[in-house]
Design a protein around this ligand. Structure first.
Ligand code: XUL
Ligand code: CO
Length: 434
């Protein structure tokens, strides 16, 4: 069913490279086969419910600027149904195979966790219907454990065990609903699992609580037979001054310490990486190297602003590098690209919401095609193989596998021949390919 505010927008079609209609795809040809899979299967893109349907376009200085009729009465179930209609109409028009949501995005607004649970139950049947009717799947579900004031000092890491219980209740409900909806993943973003000042914070106590919380979720996942992947989404700060899951390496250390590493992978968000002072490419490559790569929240920051601006992705060179890493690793397993991106507050036309997603997806599609060329011509792969080649001989392999002691190793060595790292050559190659 077409929602009235999207009535004048057609289904978005692929029109090819030379298309100049902003409401059509130039690169995203869903069924085009690249390296044995369609673009749709490779990218597994998802629309996020929160920024696109549950946000009025306010900022810290200003009130809502967008026309989202269903948000004028947030406590009404009827309005939640209207939002569902609008969202699925939008997903359909874009040809989105997936979406993602928090409990509070989809249900009518509630004051208590009990009321939220009731509202969530009320919306779950209409939601199942919509997903079936439109053949749209859930990439991941999650619980919002950061907006309500009860979570101001953390959810799992709160000094008050009653808050821990409320958070557990919300996650239990959302994990079960995600299972019922055949969600491919369940995400945990620890928005307030951190601190604003160490004067009132016991880090060790809070880390123990967070680890217990995650263990309880892992056990419950097993108990209900949910086969989706649990994912932690690292972020260094905002809203707290410091968040415990600050970046990929920090999360790995935490998961290792508490023996949770086999049950959890990571959802990497571009703008969170840059907020941590790291590149998005580094975070993806690092997660792949440690075998914890799960999924992506795609967006970007603004180089002049030090906060999470959540803008739509538009850098084809950066996306090409990301997709080269992902494809070299065999592509997404349970994950995909979730557009965790929001419009600018001045983007008040309904078309803007479409154009933002079309643009983001076209950049990903073009980058995927570029990445396939990079993989096929093997220039980078051969360069790296050659660079590390000496590690393949028997002696080096024995050294790597621990056959020799430090004393054995230093018995026989030569002064090495130094070689160029060829960075400019490789950068030139990438510039030509993108
Ligand atoms: C916040 C953020 C969240 C998570 C889900 O920065 O990225 O939207 O993706 O809670
Ligand atoms: Co995110």
């Amino acid at each position: 069913m077409t929602h009235k505010i999207f009535k004048h927008i057609p289904a978005i079609e692929y029109r090819g490279e030379d298309n100049d209609n902003p409401l059509a795809y130039n690169w995203y040809d869903a069924e085009r086969i690249i390296l044995g899979k369609s673009l749709k299967e490779h990218l597994r893109f998802a629309i996020c419910y929160w920024h696109s349907f549950n946000w009025v376009g306010n900022d810290v200085f200003g009130e809502g600027a967008f026309n989202r009729p269903w948000l004028s009465n947030p406590k009404s179930h009827q309005a939640a149904l209207e939002k569902l209609d609008a969202a699925f109409d939008f997903f359909n028009k874009l040809g989105a195979p997936f979406f993602c949501f928090h409990d509070v995005d989809i249900a009518a607004k509630a004051d208590t966790v009990g009321e939220l649970s009731e509202n969530l139950k009320k919306i779950s049947d209409p939601l199942i219907e919509k997903m079936k009717e439109n053949n749209i799947q859930l990439l991941w579900g999650t619980a919002n454990l950061f907006s309500h004031p009860r979570y101001m000092a953390g959810a799992a890491t709160n000094p008050d065990p009653e808050v821990f219980k409320c958070a557990a209740y919300q996650v239990k409900n959302m994990l079960e609903l995600t299972h019922q909806l055949d969600g491919k993943n369940y995400v945990l973003w620890g928005g307030r699992e951190g601190y604003d000042t160490l004067l009132n914070t016991d880090i060790k106590q809070e880390l123990d609580q967070y680890a217990r919380f995650l263990s309880l979720i892992i056990d419950h996942k097993e108990k209900i037979g949910f086969k989706g992947q649990l994912l932690i989404e690292p972020k260094p700060c905002e809203p707290t001054k410091h968040q415990y899951d600050r970046d990929v390496s920090t999360v790995i250390a935490f998961l290792e310490k508490y023996d949770l590493i086999d049950s959890i992978k990571l959802n990497i968000e571009a703008n969170h990486a840059t907020l941590a002072g790291l590149s998005f490419e580094h975070e993806v490559a690092n997660a792949i190297a440690y075998d914890v790569f799960g999924s992506i929240d795609i967006n970007r920051g603004d180089p002049q602003n030090g906060w999470d601006t959540d803008q739509f992705n538009n850098d084809c060179k950066e996306m090409t590098l990301i997709l080269t890493h992902i494809l070299m690793d065999g592509g997404f397993k349970s994950g995909g690209f979730n557009f965790d991106a929001k419009l600018r507050r001045q983007s008040i036309d309904v078309e803007d919401l479409f154009i933002a997603h079309i643009g983001g997806l076209d950049v990903l599609a073009k980058a995927l095609i570029n990445a396939s060329h990079i993989i096929e011509d093997k220039f980078l792969e051969s360069f790296k193989n050659e660079r590390y080649k000496a590690w393949n001989n028997k002696e080096s392999q024995d050294m790597l596998s621990g056959k020799f002691s430090l004393e054995d190793i230093v018995e026989n060595f030569n002064e090495p021949k130094i070689r160029s790292g060829k960075q400019e050559l490789l950068e030139k190659y990438i510039s030509i390919k993108t």
